[in-house]
Write a protein that binds this ligand. Sequence first.
Ligand code: NZQ
Ligand code: ZN
Length: 387
Amino acid sequence: MQDFVFDNKTKIIFGKDKEHVVGEESVVYGKKLLLHYGGGSIKESGLYDKVVDSLKEQGVDVHELGGVMPNPRVSLVREGVNLCKENNIDFILAVGGGSVIDSAKAIAAGAKYDGDVWDFFTGKAAVEDCLPLGVVLTIPAAGSESSAGTVVTNEDGWYKRAFGHIKLRPQFAILNPVLTYTLPAYQTAAGVTDMMAHILERYFTNEKHVELTDRLCEATLRTIINNAHTVIEEPENYDARAEIMWSGTIAHNDLLNTGRIGDWGSHDIEHELSGIYDITHGAGLAIIFPAWMKYVYKHDINLFAQFANRVWDVEIDLNNLEATALAGIEKTEQFFRSIGMPVTLKDAEIGDEHFEEMAKKATENGPRGNFVKLYQDDVYQIYQLAK
Ligand code: NZQ
Ligand code: ZN
């Protein structure tokens, strides 16, 4: 097991109606607040009014920036940075999903920096200071509500890039499972896939003697698998929505990778897809993850067989561990298909015209992945396997 520091400051406020405390949780950080949100779902659901009322009750001066798109764009981030600087904003409140939260995080960093915010994504600058931010989460998926990372797309070249800093972790995240009832089935399923991918990225490690975190990963995966069909078939099932929502946070708050080194190759390979094709991140992962598994499983057949057995109840065949490992990969792919996700590029109507370009872009700063290092040709082969 690796040495580690586990430092996750995000205060989680979980349960029905908890959005009503957003005013009192926010005002602690100052009276000038930027309310950041997406394309309108929070207005349709009535959440916007509840949030604004709660903020106004505390005498908060609310500035607004809506319009965050899925796969958030750096142009809106730049607008947000200017707004914060011009109005001396003290605190950013993100109401929405991963895209809104990531956009808010980038604004929070950019607001305390004199140069262009994209510098953080290219590694040209490192975060020294940033505005504090809080979250009211409306979709369990990205785990950005308590992660230290942000992922933003630059329209100039369609680069989707990430960076992380511990200061980007939100101060608080309000998680009310009822707020997720309005999610379309496709977004629910993409969220389920993304949180499973966050665990799988951590699970497939070269680190030995990580039994506790192996088991925590497996338990969280099993909980998600056990509740996924229920939330799709019964969108207003509170208990199942609650299990999924908490799993989404646990999947990505860094507890599950304590003592281990995660892979993250599949995420990098997927980011090229959503950068160019604007595909939903979770749907892109449903395509890339099984292909990645097929490409790398021989690197540690025992670990893949353990995954098949403990997560999917595949009986271990001691005479043919490879068959056990492959059965686990097949179950994973079948599951993604069963919740309505595409599992091939063809399903998503994506052809092979950009394979070379995406493989090149994905590896231009060096090989991807830690479980198995992937160079340009490996990434290209994984796109081929995903066809
Ligand atoms: O924009 P609105 O109108 O709010 O609609 C959104 C959006 O169209 C809709 N939605 C959200 N909550 C809803 C709802 N519709 C009805 N009812 C609700 N309660 O769902 C759509 C998708 O929203 P988005 O925020 O894009 O989803 P998600 O949370 O999956 O975020 C995806 C982004 O997060 C990044 C991804 O790359 C992607 O850009 N990630 C961020 C990570 C991080 N910061 O730690 C890690 C992840 O691996 C991921 O890469
Ligand atoms: Zn993800």
